[in-house]
Design a protein around this ligand. Structure first.
Ligand code: NAD
Length: 367
């Protein structure tokens, strides 16, 4: 079976992988104009990863910029040919309501600003793509979902790995029974956080490594297992003498038990480098390292006693382009979203349980 055909039979994050995400032009979009994104927050992720990818999209393009810094509006407005009429600062942000060129809003701000700027976009009648973590509490996530629902607009979360070919293939292999019955998932994410950035200020980040990078360990454990955990047990290890960790945690590791009996061991760190996962079953394993990086994914599998390197063909769209197009295509075609607000809320509830388990030094049973 071809990769395209096999992807269509995936469950979990593979489910709903639409033709557009694989680069096929669909009859229903032919002749229609592309949808326009406003990008909110012109920081490193927005300007280095997202805005260049918008030029490669099939169903969307960059139409407006939102920033508190006039010099950034000047610079990126000139670079991307965005007219001044389509530049906004944070106070004037709600005026996007009056701009019919803006269909979609991509919120790429510090975490504690996600809820406010997503809700204001929904209220302005726009569809929203909001970066991970969805917000800084489950209550905020619920308010975002309610605002999008009230406005009858879509709300998607920036889980780009749900569109990344190696991650999709790993899910496919696990679901196909390649490794046998999955019993153990290890999922490790971390990097060295430089001092002096908003990520280390709880008021802006909502938490430390878990909110930022550990969320990849969490989300991957869920899509690899295809299950929701029933029990969580976490431990935190933070050197509070390190000036970076006055208000947020450094390292937090946790275990999750799934209904099938599978266990996930997850790592989240701001003081060591990790980017890997492995799913082990009774017949073999599937691993990615790096697993959730921007590029350069490497897959290995073990089948019986044999270890194989797996290389996949280049996709028509990389994970960023596929994600950006997915929201536009979903709006245009009325199809369901992958990585919806509900997905972000599930992670946020689990993040709250992880913090609670570490704080109270006990396992948390989930309903
Ligand atoms: P960044 O610091 O590079 O950019 C943040 C932007 O927000 C800047 O343009 C800054 O000017 C603006 N901003 C507005 N108000 C601010 C305030 N009070 N304090 C600080 N900045 C303020 O950060 P980033 O790395 O681009 O991260 C932005 C968001 O994107 C975060 O939610 C992060 O989790 C997410 N992100 C996702 C990925 C991914 O792979 N999906 C990668 C990086 C970042």
């Amino acid at each position: 079976m071809s990769i395209v055909a096999r992807r269509k039979v995936l469950g979990g994050i593979g489910a709903g992988l639409a033709a557009g995400a694989l680069g096929g032009a669909s009859a229903w979009t032919q002749g229609k104009r592309k949808l326009g994104y406003a990008v909110v927050g012109l920081g490193s992720y927005a300007t280095q990863q997202i805005m260049p990818r918008l030029a490669q999209c099939e169903f969307a393009e960059l139409r407006a910029l939102v920033s508190g810094m006039p010099e950034k509006l000047e610079k990126f407005g000139a670079q991307y040919g965005i007219p001044r009429t389509h530049w906004y600062d944070y106070r004037g942000y709600d005026r996007i309501r009056d701009n019919p060129d803006i269909d979609l809003v991509y919120v790429v701000l510090p975490n504690s600003m996600h809820a406010e700027y997503s809700i204001r976009a929904s209220q302005a009648g726009k569809h929203v793509l909001c970066e991970k973590p969805m917000a800084v509490s489950a209550a905020e996530c619920e308010a975002m979902i309610a605002a999008a629902r009230a406005a009858r607009r879509k709300l998607m979360i920036g889980y780009r790995c749900h569109f990344e070919r190696y991650n999709l293939h790993a899910v496919e292999l696990v679901r196909s029974g390649f490794a046998g019955r999955p019993t153990l998932i290890t999922s490790e994410h971390g990097f060295y956080a430089r001092p002096g950035q908003w990520r280390l200020d709880r008021a802006l980040s909502g938490g430390g490594s878990l909110m930022d990078i550990g969320i990849y360990s969490l989300n991957a454990a869920r899509y690899l297992s295809g299950e929701e955990p029933v029990e969580i047990s976490a431990m935190e290890s933070t050197d509070r003498d390190d000036e970076r960790f006055r208000t947020v945690e450094d390292r937090i590791d946790w275990q999750m038990r799934f209904p099938s009996g599978a266990i996930a061991n997850c790592v989240s760190s701001y003081s060591s480098g990790h980017n890997a996962f492995r799913v082990t079953g009774n017949r073999g394993w599937v691993e990615l390292e790096p697993a959730t990086s921007y590029a350069g994914h490497r897959m290995r599998t073990r089948e019986g006693g044999r270890i194989n390197d797996v290389t996949l063909p280049a996709p028509a769209k990389d994970q960023f382009v596929a994600q950006l197009d997915h929201l536009a295509e979903s709006v245009l075609s009325g199809t369901a979203l992958r990585a919806s607000g509900e997905e972000g809320l599930r992670d946020m509830r689990l993040i709250e349980a992880i913090y609670r388990s570490a704080r109270e030094r006990r396992a948390i049973t989930l309903a």
